[in-house]
Write a protein of this length. Structure first.
Lengths: 216, 92
C-alpha cells in the first residue's frame, strides 16, 4: 500500500529526468548526424553514386534535337545540380529547393501565358519592386549587424534559403559546400575520363582490372 | 524590440538562438573553408568567415559552370558519346 502512494512521486521525477536525457540525446544525435553527413560527401562511395546518377542524367540531356532547350552548358549544369539534389536524398532544404524549382518555373510560365494580369502584377510587384525596397533596405542596413547582412547574402547563394533564419542558413551552407566540393570532384573526374577516352583508345590511368572488350 | 535576438526567436518559433550557437556554427563553417583552415588562426571574425564562405561558394559555382561547359562540349563533339560514357562506366 505504501508503495502505491510513493510510486507516483518517484514516477514524475523519473519522467522529468528521462525527458531531459531524451532531449540531450536528440541534440547529440543531430550533431552526430550532421558530422556523418559531412563525412558522407567526402566518401568515395557517395561520389560513385553521384557519378553514376550524373552519367544517367547526362545521357538523357539531348543537346542538339530540342530547339527550346537551354544552351548546352546550362543544361548540363542543371542536370548536375538535380543529380546532386537527388544524391542528398532530400534531407536538406537546398536539395528540396533545387528539385522543386523546376516545377515552380513551369507553373510561372503557364500562368504568364494565360494572361492573368493580376498574377503578373502581383509577381512583378513582389519580385521587382526595387523602388520602395531601396529606402527600406537603407533603413534596414543600419539596424542589421555585419554578420546579419553577410548571412543574408549567403542565404541568397544557397538555393532555398532566402528567408530562413540565421542558424538554418549556416547549417544549410555547411552541407551545401561539402556537396558542391563533391560535385566538382565527380565532374572533373568525368571530364578527364571522357576527354581521355575520346582522344586515345586507352585512358590515361587504366585500372589493373580486366580490360573491356572492344565492342562495336 | 529591434534586437536581433527577439526577431530570430520569433522566426524560429520558441527556441532562442544564443550567440554561442551562432559561433558554434560559424566555427564549423570555418573548418570547411580551405583558406582559413590552412592559415591556422582561431581568431578569425565571424564576418570574415562568412565573407570567405560567400566567395568560396561563388568560386565553386563558377567551377561547376566551367566543368559543365567542358562536359557539354565533350558530349557534343565526340561522335560516339554513348560509347565514351559506357566505357567510362566500365572503367570505374
Amino acid at each position: 500500500m505504501a508503495s502505491v502512494i510513493t510510486n507516483p512521486v518517484t514516477n514524475t521525477n523519473y519522467d522529468r529526468s528521462k525527458r531531459k536525457k531524451k532531449k540531450k540525446q536528440m541534440v547529440k544525435e543531430n550533431q552526430q548526424s550532421q558530422n556523418q553527413n559531412h563525412a558522407r560527401w567526402k566518401s568515395e562511395a557517395q561520389q560513385q553514386i553521384y557519378s553514376s546518377k550524373l552519367i544517367q542524367a547526362l545521357s538523357r540531356v539531348s543537346l542538339n534535337s530540342p530547339p527550346p532547350a537551354p544552351r548546352g552548358g546550362r543544361a548540363v549544369r542543371e542536370a548536375a545540380d538535380r543529380a546532386l539534389a537527388v544524391a542528398a536524398k532530400g534531407r536538406t532544404r537546398w536539395s528540396r529547393a533545387i528539385l522543386t524549382s523546376r516545377l515552380k518555373l513551369k507553373f510561372r510560365k503557364q500562368k504568364r501565358q494565360r494572361g492573368s494580369a493580376a498574377v503578373v502584377a502581383a509577381v512583378t510587384r513582389s519580385r521587382r519592386s526595387k523602388k520602395p525596397r531601396v529606402s527600406v533596405l537603407k533603413l534596414k542596413a543600419k539596424s542589421l549587424s555585419t554578420v546579419q547582412r553577410k548571412v543574408k547574402v549567403l542565404g541568397r547563394l544557397v538555393p532555398g534559403c532566402r528567408k530562413q533564419p540565421l542558424p538554418v542558413v549556416l547549417e544549410e551552407a555547411t552541407d551545401y559546400i561539402a556537396a558542391l566540393e563533391m560535385q566538382v570532384r565527380a565532374m572533373s573526374a568525368l571530364a578527364e575520363l571522357m576527354s581521355g577516352s575520346g582522344a586515345t583508345s586507352s585512358s590515361s590511368a587504366p585500372p589493373p582490372q580486366s580490360p573491356p572488350p572492344t565492342s562495336h | 524590440m529591434s534586437s536581433r535576438r527577439s526577431r530570430s526567436s520569433r522566426q524560429s518559433g520558441g527556441s532562442r538562438i544564443t550567440d554561442d550557437q551562432i559561433n558554434d556554427l560559424v566555427a564549423k563553417l570555418q573548418q570547411l573553408l580551405p583558406e582559413i583552415r590552412n592559415r591556422h588562426s582561431d581568431k578569425v571574425s565571424a564576418a570574415k568567415v562568412l565573407q570567405e564562405t560567400c566567395n568560396y561558394i561563388r568560386s565553386l559555382h563558377r567551377e561547376v559552370d566551367d566543368l559543365s561547359e567542358r562536359l557539354s562540349e565533350l558530349l557534343a563533339t565526340t561522335d560516339n558519346a554513348q560509347a565514351a560514357i559506357i566505357r567510362s562506366l566500365l572503367m570505374q
